[in-house]
Design a protein around this ligand. Structure first.
Ligand code: SF4
Length: 358
């Protein structure tokens, strides 16, 4: 579905060319269509964005500043993770692709120049790579990062990396100015969300299998592209330590002992409305198991001592296999970092690697 005002935008034309068999409907008002609560998870809506394309992550009180921003080229994704916070955030199921990419690039370039964040990710409101071979977003944005200290981070649960490998093989696919493509790809970090295999199979319908994600990590490492790993969410019902040990053994085999740029750990949390929505749709879901308490922002979080103990154990497993790993916690206060034995970090603008808080 294409909003009338977006019809002539280059990305809309490009997608119609790439999807020649797709049925196209022109909408007079895509916003009204979406707010009517579309449940069509298999439809793409192409439209211009009204709000900002670049945003700061909301900061949980007491957390170390993350030095990161996110870009919103899309909203929603073709997958159906049971714990996806977008289920409670969006009023529809459609995948929305924003076509006014010129403004997105202007805002991104301005944020890099003015704030020099450590990372800018396209994976906060969607899966960065699920449709990236069609949209071309990653390779379109990457030249903006040339010569900066900021990394573009794609976050994914897909194995859709052939177009990135092709760019690594053939520099002419990257529209860089003067910098050779090799060093431009150095500005890219592709981060996979991983978890125990049973959890991925049951709770992340439609995503790539564990084996396919590890193969993709291996292929990108082979092409010299930085890779990261998010162990987030850690779901209590699946958090047995032997499963994480097996997962990390497989990761080490795929990436090598120094192959992961950074690890991020985060325990399952439910923003307002999500727990209720899961209870309503899957009342016996394993993700509901555990003791969750409401924090000051209204999120339900796993009981603190349980989180700390999970972080300690899993960080220990990571360090056994990746002794040089940089480990960060997602949306946790400095005191949780300390109790988990992970040094809180400070990020000054313009620095790539955060420094321990001294
Ligand atoms: S991949 Fe991310 S955006 Fe897509 S359904 Fe899963 S959690 Fe949500």
């Amino acid at each position: 579905m294409v909003d009338r005002e977006a019809q002539g935008d280059p990305l809309a034309a490009h997608l119609r060319e790439r999807l020649p068999g797709a049925k196209v409907e022109i909408l007079d008002d895509a916003r009204r269509y979406l707010s009517s609560g579309s449940r069509a998870s298999d439809s793409l809506v192409l439209m211009r964005r009204r709000g900002a394309f670049v945003k700061d992550f909301p900061q949980t009180p007491g957390t170390p500043p993350c030095g990161e921003k996110y870009i919103i080229p899309m909203m929603n994704c073709p997958y159906s993770c049971s714990y996806c916070y977008l289920r409670s955030y969006l009023e529809h199921r459609s995948v929305v692709i924003f076509t006014d990419t010129g403004r997105m690039k202007e805002e991104t370039a301005r944020a890099i120049a003015e704030d020099a964040p450590r990372f800018m990710t396209t994976g906060e409101m969607s899966d960065s790579l699920a449709l990236d071979d069609l949209t071309g977003t990653t390779l379109d944005l990457l030249p903006l990062f040339e010569g900066s200290s900021t990394l573009l981070e794609a976050r994914t649960k897909s194995d859709n990396v052939k177009h990135l490998l092709a760019a690594a093989d053939d520099p002419s696919r990257l529209s860089s100015g003067s910098e050779p493509a090799g060093s431009l790809l150095d500005r890219l970090l592709v981060t996979w969300t991983l978890g125990p295999e049973e959890m991925m199979e049951r709770e992340e319908p439609g995503t790539a299998s564990l084996g396919a994600r590890l193969d993709a990590i291996c292929a990108l490492r082979g092409a010299g592209i930085k890779t990261g790993v998010r162990l987030d969410p850690i779901i209590p019902a699946y958090a047995d330590i032997a499963s994480y040990g097996r997962l990390l053994d497989g990761l080490k085999e795929a990436a090598g002992g120094n192959g992961i740029y950074r690890f991020e750990l985060g325990a399952l949390r439910f923003p307002s409305g999500l727990l209720e929505s899961v209870r309503e749709t899957v009342p016996r879901s394993p993700i509901l198991r555990g003791e969750f308490l409401r924090d000051r922002e209204g999120k339900l979080r796993l009981y603190r001592p349980s989180r700390v103990s999970l972080y300690r154990e899993i960080a220990g497993l990571v360090l056994q296999r990746f002794p040089e790993a940089s480990i960060e916690l997602c949306m946790e206060s400095s005191s949780v970092w300390e109790d988990a034995g992970i040094e809180p970090l400070v990020c000054s603008p313009g620095t790539q690697r955060p420094q321990p808080l001294s």
